[in-house]
Ligand binder design. Structure first.
Ligand SMILES: Cc1cc2nc3c(=O)[nH]c(=O)nc-3n(C[C@H](O)[C@H](O)[C@H](O)COP(=O)(O)O)c2cc1C
Length: 116
């Protein structure tokens, strides 16, 4: 059975776009069978995308020591519509940070912990 991986990643620069494309390329590698990959920018993604996936990879820059506003907006719009439906959804995160990314990681982890 085909599993659906949703990549929701903010890519405001050539560097972060290359990062997102690398994630997509890796997830679409021929060694990986039966995985359909969908890539969306956070402002284009919403709760329906989450409801229709089997796993999610989040990507963000570190902005002011936090996740990007675009990814936060995605969570703001998606949180309650997916809360009851998607508990246990496998989730991974990458961060592009010039510093250590700690605040960004904490901000995303606290939301996905709330979503379980
Ligand atoms: C409003 C704003 C705040 C930012 N704050 C941080 C920050 O706290 N830490 C950091 O490492 N980079 C910060 N950045 C830089 C972004 O992470 C950067 O734009 C992103 O990593 C893309 O840069 P790159 O193309 O060099 O990867 C900030 C950028 C913006 C626009």
């Amino acid at each position: 059975m085909v599993k659906r991986l949703l990549i929701v990643a903010h890519a405001p620069s050539p560097n972060t776009l290359a990062l997102r494309e690398a994630a997509e390329r890796g997830a679409s590698h021929s060694d990986i069978e039966n995985v359909k990959v969908t890539v969306k920018a956070p402002l284009e993604a919403g709760p329906d995308d989450v409801l229709n996936c089997d796993a999610i990879l989040l990507g963000t820059t570190e902005n002011l020591g936090y996740m990007s506003g675009a990814l936060k907006d995605f969570f703001d719009r998606s949180y309650y519509p997916v809360l009851e439906e998607k508990r246990g959804l496998p989730c991974a995160l990458y961060i592009r940070a010039g510093l250590d990314g700690t605040g960004t990681r904490r901000s995303v982890e606290s939301i996905v912990t709330g979503l379980r």
